[in-house]
Ligand binder design. Structure first.
Ligand SMILES: [Zn+2]
Ligand SMILES: [Zn+2]
Length: 151
């Protein structure tokens, strides 16, 4: 399953949003957006920083965080906080979606599977909450890690 054209569209949308909000479009900033929209593993700020260094050796981690904060404020990036791990970032879609998390390699992937609407309806009725969104994560071993665990 490839998301190439969708990734390109997300990249263009985010760059336009930054422009409209009068944020500077530095080469580093554009590179961060490119990495975020084309990465399918939900990178952390540290991972983004490591990937930028070969192209922009003077980029600081603070620059990466600053860009991530701007994008989060604009609602173009979802922050996924974990108690035992770094915060991970998702710019490929701002629509809530179910995540699959590998407990071994820490890869986080998106799924197109939607949660059962009956579940959300039941939660509403039981709690009286007006449900605004959800965060659903499944933990396990990705196919690569299952292959490696036997050897
Ligand atoms: Zn894995
Ligand atoms: Zn995601």
């Amino acid at each position: 399953m490839t998301h190439r054209s969708a990734d390109e569209r997300r990249y263009t949308t985010i760059v336009e949003r930054l422009k409209d909000a009068d944020h500077r479009l530095t080469p580093q900033r554009l590179a961060i957006i490119e990495l975020l929209t084309h990465a399918d593993y939900h990178p952390s700020a540290q991972q983004l920083h490591q990937q930028l260094l070969p192209r922009f050796p003077s980029t600081s981690l603070a620059t990466v965080y600053k860009t991530l904060h701007i994008l989060t404020d604009l609602g173009e990036v979802l922050e996924l906080g974990f108690s035992d791990d770094d915060t991970r970032y998702d710019a490929r879609t701002t629509v809530p979606h179910i995540h699959l998390i590998c407990v071994q390699c820490r890869r986080i992937i998106d799924t197109d599977i939607q949660p059962d609407p009956h579940l959300i309806e039941q939660l509403k009725q039981h709690s009286g909450y007006r449900i605004l969104g959800h965060r659903i994560e499944f933990y396990g071993l990705c196919p690569d890690c299952q292959d490696n665990s036997g050897t």
